[in-house]
Ligand binder design. Structure first.
Ligand SMILES: Nc1ncnc2c1ncn2[C@@H]1O[C@H](COP(=O)(O)OP(=O)(O)O)[C@@H](O)[C@H]1O
Ligand SMILES: [Mg+2]
Length: 268
Protein backbone atom coordinates (compact mmCIF):
# COMPACT_ATOMS: atom_id res chain seq x y z
CA UNK A 1 0.00 0.00 0.00
CA UNK A 2 1.33 3.45 -0.82
CA UNK A 3 0.86 6.47 1.41
CA UNK A 4 -1.83 7.90 -0.81
CA UNK A 5 -3.98 4.77 -0.48
CA UNK A 6 -6.86 5.12 1.96
CA UNK A 7 -6.61 3.14 5.19
CA UNK A 8 -10.29 3.68 5.99
CA UNK A 9 -12.97 3.55 3.32
CA UNK A 10 -16.50 4.39 4.42
CA UNK A 11 -19.20 3.81 1.87
CA UNK A 12 -22.81 4.94 2.27
CA UNK A 13 -22.68 4.49 6.04
CA UNK A 14 -25.90 4.98 7.97
CA UNK A 15 -25.83 4.31 11.71
CA UNK A 16 -27.60 5.35 14.89
CA UNK A 17 -28.92 4.35 18.30
CA UNK A 18 -32.26 2.59 18.82
CA UNK A 19 -34.43 3.90 16.03
CA UNK A 20 -32.65 7.26 15.85
CA UNK A 21 -30.32 7.71 12.89
CA UNK A 22 -27.16 9.72 13.64
CA UNK A 23 -24.88 9.28 10.61
CA UNK A 24 -26.70 9.44 7.31
CA UNK A 25 -25.35 8.00 4.08
CA UNK A 26 -21.77 8.97 4.81
CA UNK A 27 -19.07 8.21 2.24
CA UNK A 28 -15.48 9.24 2.88
CA UNK A 29 -11.91 7.99 2.96
CA UNK A 30 -9.04 8.47 5.37
CA UNK A 31 -5.68 8.62 3.64
CA UNK A 32 -2.60 6.88 5.04
CA UNK A 33 0.27 8.55 6.84
CA UNK A 34 -1.68 11.79 7.07
CA UNK A 35 -3.51 13.61 9.83
CA UNK A 36 -7.23 14.07 9.30
CA UNK A 37 -9.20 16.50 11.45
CA UNK A 38 -12.86 15.62 12.00
CA UNK A 39 -14.88 18.75 12.59
CA UNK A 40 -18.57 19.37 13.22
CA UNK A 41 -21.02 20.76 15.74
CA UNK A 42 -21.55 19.07 19.09
CA UNK A 43 -23.81 16.04 18.82
CA UNK A 44 -23.49 15.67 15.05
CA UNK A 45 -21.98 12.21 15.35
CA UNK A 46 -18.18 12.54 15.39
CA UNK A 47 -17.72 10.07 18.25
CA UNK A 48 -20.34 7.83 16.66
CA UNK A 49 -18.25 7.80 13.48
CA UNK A 50 -15.26 6.60 15.52
CA UNK A 51 -17.39 3.88 17.10
CA UNK A 52 -18.30 2.68 13.60
CA UNK A 53 -14.65 2.72 12.51
CA UNK A 54 -13.62 0.49 15.43
CA UNK A 55 -16.68 -1.75 15.16
CA UNK A 56 -18.16 -0.74 18.54
CA UNK A 57 -21.31 0.25 16.70
CA UNK A 58 -22.69 -1.78 13.82
CA UNK A 59 -23.94 0.27 10.87
CA UNK A 60 -27.56 0.01 9.79
CA UNK A 61 -26.38 0.01 6.20
CA UNK A 62 -23.26 0.73 4.19
CA UNK A 63 -19.72 -0.53 4.77
CA UNK A 64 -16.65 0.41 6.78
CA UNK A 65 -13.35 -1.00 5.51
CA UNK A 66 -10.22 -0.65 7.63
CA UNK A 67 -6.91 -1.67 6.01
CA UNK A 68 -8.88 -3.55 3.37
CA UNK A 69 -11.04 -5.52 5.79
CA UNK A 70 -14.79 -5.08 5.81
CA UNK A 71 -15.62 -4.74 9.51
CA UNK A 72 -19.34 -4.66 8.87
CA UNK A 73 -19.26 -8.17 7.45
CA UNK A 74 -17.01 -9.54 10.18
CA UNK A 75 -18.02 -11.84 13.05
CA UNK A 76 -17.90 -10.15 16.44
CA UNK A 77 -15.22 -12.55 17.70
CA UNK A 78 -12.87 -11.71 14.82
CA UNK A 79 -13.10 -7.96 15.39
CA UNK A 80 -10.47 -7.63 18.17
CA UNK A 81 -7.78 -9.20 15.99
CA UNK A 82 -8.73 -7.08 12.97
CA UNK A 83 -8.58 -3.99 15.16
CA UNK A 84 -5.29 -4.70 16.89
CA UNK A 85 -3.71 -2.27 14.40
CA UNK A 86 -6.10 0.53 15.40
CA UNK A 87 -5.58 2.69 18.49
CA UNK A 88 -8.45 4.65 19.96
CA UNK A 89 -8.10 7.55 22.34
CA UNK A 90 -11.56 7.94 23.85
CA UNK A 91 -13.05 11.35 24.51
CA UNK A 92 -12.98 10.74 28.26
CA UNK A 93 -9.70 8.85 28.29
CA UNK A 94 -11.41 5.65 29.49
CA UNK A 95 -8.59 4.67 31.83
CA UNK A 96 -9.06 1.82 34.23
CA UNK A 97 -9.13 3.65 37.56
CA UNK A 98 -8.26 0.75 39.82
CA UNK A 99 -4.79 0.10 38.37
CA UNK A 100 -1.73 2.32 37.87
CA UNK A 101 -0.73 3.94 34.60
CA UNK A 102 1.74 1.11 33.95
CA UNK A 103 -1.05 -1.48 33.90
CA UNK A 104 -3.34 0.70 31.80
CA UNK A 105 -0.71 0.92 29.07
CA UNK A 106 0.08 -2.79 29.37
CA UNK A 107 -3.59 -3.73 28.86
CA UNK A 108 -3.62 -4.00 25.03
CA UNK A 109 -0.26 -5.82 25.12
CA UNK A 110 -1.66 -8.41 27.49
CA UNK A 111 -4.84 -8.79 25.45
CA UNK A 112 -3.30 -9.01 22.00
CA UNK A 113 0.18 -10.43 22.42
CA UNK A 114 1.98 -13.24 24.20
CA UNK A 115 5.02 -11.14 24.97
CA UNK A 116 7.09 -11.97 28.02
CA UNK A 117 6.61 -9.74 31.04
CA UNK A 118 9.99 -7.93 30.77
CA UNK A 119 9.23 -7.07 27.14
CA UNK A 120 5.81 -5.74 28.09
CA UNK A 121 7.36 -3.60 30.80
CA UNK A 122 9.96 -2.24 28.36
CA UNK A 123 7.29 -1.30 25.78
CA UNK A 124 5.22 0.37 28.51
CA UNK A 125 8.28 2.33 29.59
CA UNK A 126 9.02 3.46 26.02
CA UNK A 127 5.43 4.50 25.31
CA UNK A 128 5.23 6.53 28.50
CA UNK A 129 8.54 8.12 27.67
CA UNK A 130 7.19 9.05 24.21
CA UNK A 131 4.29 10.96 25.78
CA UNK A 132 6.45 12.50 28.52
CA UNK A 133 4.93 10.53 31.38
CA UNK A 134 7.83 8.40 32.58
CA UNK A 135 7.55 9.93 36.04
CA UNK A 136 3.89 8.89 36.38
CA UNK A 137 4.28 5.20 35.62
CA UNK A 138 3.21 4.06 39.08
CA UNK A 139 0.49 6.63 39.70
CA UNK A 140 -3.20 5.82 39.67
CA UNK A 141 -5.39 7.61 37.09
CA UNK A 142 -7.02 9.58 39.93
CA UNK A 143 -3.61 11.07 40.75
CA UNK A 144 -3.14 12.50 37.24
CA UNK A 145 -4.06 15.92 35.90
CA UNK A 146 -6.34 16.20 32.86
CA UNK A 147 -3.41 16.54 30.47
CA UNK A 148 -1.60 13.62 32.04
CA UNK A 149 -4.69 11.41 31.75
CA UNK A 150 -4.92 12.25 28.05
CA UNK A 151 -1.26 11.41 27.57
CA UNK A 152 -1.60 8.14 29.50
CA UNK A 153 -4.57 7.21 27.33
CA UNK A 154 -2.52 8.11 24.26
CA UNK A 155 0.34 5.88 25.44
CA UNK A 156 -2.15 3.03 25.78
CA UNK A 157 -3.63 3.73 22.34
CA UNK A 158 -0.08 3.56 20.94
CA UNK A 159 0.95 0.42 22.84
CA UNK A 160 0.56 -1.92 19.88
CA UNK A 161 2.12 0.53 17.39
CA UNK A 162 -1.13 1.00 15.52
CA UNK A 163 -1.20 1.93 11.85
CA UNK A 164 -4.25 4.03 12.57
CA UNK A 165 -4.76 6.19 15.65
CA UNK A 166 -8.14 7.75 16.37
CA UNK A 167 -8.15 10.61 18.90
CA UNK A 168 -11.50 11.90 20.10
CA UNK A 169 -11.08 15.52 21.25
CA UNK A 170 -7.64 14.93 22.74
CA UNK A 171 -7.17 18.60 23.69
CA UNK A 172 -10.61 19.23 25.14
CA UNK A 173 -10.32 20.68 28.64
CA UNK A 174 -6.54 21.11 28.43
CA UNK A 175 -4.74 24.40 28.98
CA UNK A 176 -3.23 25.85 25.78
CA UNK A 177 0.41 24.83 26.43
CA UNK A 178 -0.60 21.23 27.23
CA UNK A 179 -2.83 21.14 24.14
CA UNK A 180 0.09 22.43 22.05
CA UNK A 181 2.32 19.66 23.47
CA UNK A 182 -0.26 17.11 22.41
CA UNK A 183 -0.38 18.59 18.90
CA UNK A 184 3.40 18.35 18.67
CA UNK A 185 3.23 14.74 19.81
CA UNK A 186 0.60 13.85 17.21
CA UNK A 187 2.68 15.49 14.48
CA UNK A 188 5.71 13.52 15.61
CA UNK A 189 3.74 10.24 15.39
CA UNK A 190 2.95 10.97 11.78
CA UNK A 191 6.40 12.20 10.84
CA UNK A 192 8.44 9.60 12.72
CA UNK A 193 6.24 6.51 12.53
CA UNK A 194 4.14 7.38 9.45
CA UNK A 195 1.11 6.76 11.58
CA UNK A 196 -2.29 7.70 10.20
CA UNK A 197 -4.02 9.89 12.77
CA UNK A 198 -7.65 10.99 12.85
CA UNK A 199 -8.40 13.73 15.38
CA UNK A 200 -11.73 15.18 16.43
CA UNK A 201 -11.04 18.80 17.22
CA UNK A 202 -12.62 22.24 17.09
CA UNK A 203 -9.45 24.21 17.50
CA UNK A 204 -8.65 26.12 14.35
CA UNK A 205 -5.00 26.82 15.27
CA UNK A 206 -4.51 23.13 15.97
CA UNK A 207 -6.14 22.17 12.66
CA UNK A 208 -3.89 24.65 10.84
CA UNK A 209 -0.84 23.21 12.51
CA UNK A 210 -1.42 19.48 12.22
CA UNK A 211 -4.16 18.62 9.71
CA UNK A 212 -3.49 17.50 6.15
CA UNK A 213 -7.11 16.57 5.49
CA UNK A 214 -10.45 17.62 6.94
CA UNK A 215 -13.75 15.78 7.33
CA UNK A 216 -16.58 18.17 8.07
CA UNK A 217 -19.81 16.73 9.43
CA UNK A 218 -23.01 18.74 9.68
CA UNK A 219 -25.98 18.58 11.98
CA UNK A 220 -27.98 15.48 11.13
CA UNK A 221 -24.82 13.46 10.52
CA UNK A 222 -24.35 14.35 6.88
CA UNK A 223 -21.05 15.11 5.20
CA UNK A 224 -20.33 18.73 4.29
CA UNK A 225 -16.79 18.25 3.13
CA UNK A 226 -13.96 15.71 2.98
CA UNK A 227 -10.59 16.46 1.44
CA UNK A 228 -7.35 18.39 1.86
CA UNK A 229 -7.28 21.27 4.37
CA UNK A 230 -6.38 23.80 1.66
CA UNK A 231 -9.52 22.85 -0.27
CA UNK A 232 -11.66 22.99 2.87
CA UNK A 233 -10.63 26.60 3.29
CA UNK A 234 -11.96 27.55 -0.12
CA UNK A 235 -15.07 25.36 0.17
CA UNK A 236 -18.27 27.31 -0.44
CA UNK A 237 -20.52 25.19 1.80
CA UNK A 238 -21.86 27.79 4.29
CA UNK A 239 -21.16 25.72 7.45
CA UNK A 240 -17.57 25.08 6.36
CA UNK A 241 -17.11 28.68 5.33
CA UNK A 242 -18.45 29.83 8.72
CA UNK A 243 -16.15 27.50 10.58
CA UNK A 244 -13.00 28.69 8.90
CA UNK A 245 -14.12 32.30 9.16
CA UNK A 246 -14.94 31.51 12.83
CA UNK A 247 -18.41 32.95 12.70
CA UNK A 248 -20.67 31.97 15.59
CA UNK A 249 -23.06 29.72 13.66
CA UNK A 250 -20.96 26.55 13.81
CA UNK A 251 -19.28 27.00 17.16
CA UNK A 252 -19.30 24.30 19.75
CA UNK A 253 -21.86 24.93 22.44
CA UNK A 254 -19.13 24.69 25.07
CA UNK A 255 -17.16 27.56 23.59
CA UNK A 256 -20.08 29.90 22.79
CA UNK A 257 -19.86 33.38 24.17
CA UNK A 258 -22.84 34.82 26.01
CA UNK A 259 -23.50 36.97 22.97
CA UNK A 260 -23.58 33.89 20.72
CA UNK A 261 -26.13 32.29 23.04
CA UNK A 262 -28.27 35.41 22.97
CA UNK A 263 -28.05 35.50 19.17
CA UNK A 264 -29.19 31.87 19.02
CA UNK A 265 -32.16 32.71 21.25
CA UNK A 266 -33.19 35.40 18.78
CA UNK A 267 -32.99 33.11 15.74
CA UNK A 268 -36.38 32.02 14.39
N1 LIG B 1 -24.91 5.30 23.38
C1 LIG B 1 -25.79 6.19 22.90
N2 LIG B 1 -27.13 5.94 22.94
C2 LIG B 1 -28.02 6.81 22.44
N3 LIG B 1 -27.71 7.99 21.88
C3 LIG B 1 -26.41 8.30 21.81
C4 LIG B 1 -25.38 7.44 22.31
N4 LIG B 1 -24.19 8.03 22.10
C5 LIG B 1 -24.44 9.20 21.50
N5 LIG B 1 -25.77 9.37 21.32
C6 LIG B 1 -26.41 10.53 20.67
O1 LIG B 1 -25.97 10.56 19.31
C7 LIG B 1 -25.74 11.89 18.89
C8 LIG B 1 -24.33 12.00 18.37
O2 LIG B 1 -23.45 11.79 19.44
P1 LIG B 1 -21.88 11.85 19.29
O3 LIG B 1 -21.46 10.94 18.21
O4 LIG B 1 -21.32 11.63 20.63
O5 LIG B 1 -21.68 13.37 18.81
P2 LIG B 1 -20.36 14.27 18.80
O6 LIG B 1 -19.22 13.39 19.14
O7 LIG B 1 -20.30 14.83 17.42
O8 LIG B 1 -20.58 15.37 19.79
C9 LIG B 1 -26.02 12.78 20.09
O9 LIG B 1 -27.33 13.29 19.96
C10 LIG B 1 -25.95 11.83 21.27
O10 LIG B 1 -26.80 12.25 22.28
MG1 LIG C 1 -17.88 13.39 20.68
Amino acid sequence: MSDSDPIVVIDHLTAGYGSRPILQDLSLQIRQARITAVVGPSGCGKSTLFKCIVGLLRPWSGTVRVAGQDLTAMDEDRLPQALARVGLLFQQGALLNSVPVRENVALPLREHTRLEEPVIQEIVRLKLQAVGLSHAIDLLPAELSGGMRKRAALARAMALDPDLLLCDEPSAGLDPPTAADLDALILRLKETFHMTVVVVTHELPSIDLIADDVVFLGRGGTLHFAGPLAEAKTCRVPEVLDFFARRPGTREEGTCSLLDLMRQECEP
